[in-house]
Design a protein around this ligand. Structure first.
Ligand code: TYD
Length: 205
């Protein structure tokens, strides 16, 4: 079985860049690596992603949002992540269940436990071995961002700060797999820190 690694953080934290850097490095070392993202990662999942990020969908209920993310995740876990872990050395995911717990559970106010219950059948026990949380104050990340915000990103700084708070609750709860990293540090240094943690896990210490 491969190692399952998720990348988490508020919008604009740089996790996608770090995921690509890790993927390339592991491939250079001769490992088999699969990468995927949430929401999406499957043809149906990408359609669900469009609904979720579409700015015209203003009438979305938080619970509807939570179920849609879980619906996309159920497919991804069964059809992509699980087979990936069987066939490859590493499966890297750009967001997983912790995103739903932090965004929908904590920031949208549904409750972390309720969103966990919605997601339990979707992930069916498939939990990452390592979860990298790229952490930084929302204000700093918004200031350095240059892209057009999607429906969730449009919620603004207070919402993103609440998501960050949610992530900290989760990191505290799941200490065995969460690794909190300073997202504002130099990206090469960040990459080296990630690489050290991954290689340590591979060696089994
Ligand atoms: P993502 O594609 O990772 O965007 P970004 O590259 O900006 O991080 O995620 C899209 C948005 O969906 C992002 O704002 C976070 C949100 N999201 C949730 O609210 N709940 C979830 O379960 C997931 C997976 C994402």
């Amino acid at each position: 079985m491969g190692l399952f690694i998720s990348f988490e953080g508020i919008d604009g934290c740089g996790k996608s860049t770090q995921m690509v850097m890790l993927k390339n490095r592991l491939i250079d070392l001769g490992y088999g690596v699969m990468v995927t993202r949430e929401p999406g990662g499957t043809p149906i999942g990408e359609k669900i992603r469009e609904i979720l990020l579409d700015k015209s969908n203003r009438g979305m209920e938080p619970l509807t949002e939570a179920y849609l993310y879980a619906a996309s995740r159920a497919l991804l876990a069964r059809q992509v992540i699980w087979p990936g872990l069987v066939n490859k050395d590493f499966v890297l995911v750009d967001r997983y269940v912790d995103s739903s717990l932090a965004y929908q559970g904590h920031a949208r106010g549904i409750g972390i436990d309720i969103v966990y219950a919605i997601n339990a059948p979707a992930v069916n026990g498939l939990v990452p071995n390592i979860t990298f949380l790229l952490d930084a104050p929302a204000r700093e990340l918004i200031a350095r961002s240059s892209r057009t915000p999607d429906r969730i990103e449009e919620e603004g700084e207070a919402f993103q700060e609440k998501v960050r708070e949610g992530y900290h609750i989760l990191a505290n709860k799941y200490k065995d797999r969460f690794v909190i990293l300073d997202a504002l540090q130099d990206r090469d240094k960040l990459h080296e820190e990630i690489m050290r943690t991954v290689l340590k896990k591979v060696r089994g210490d």
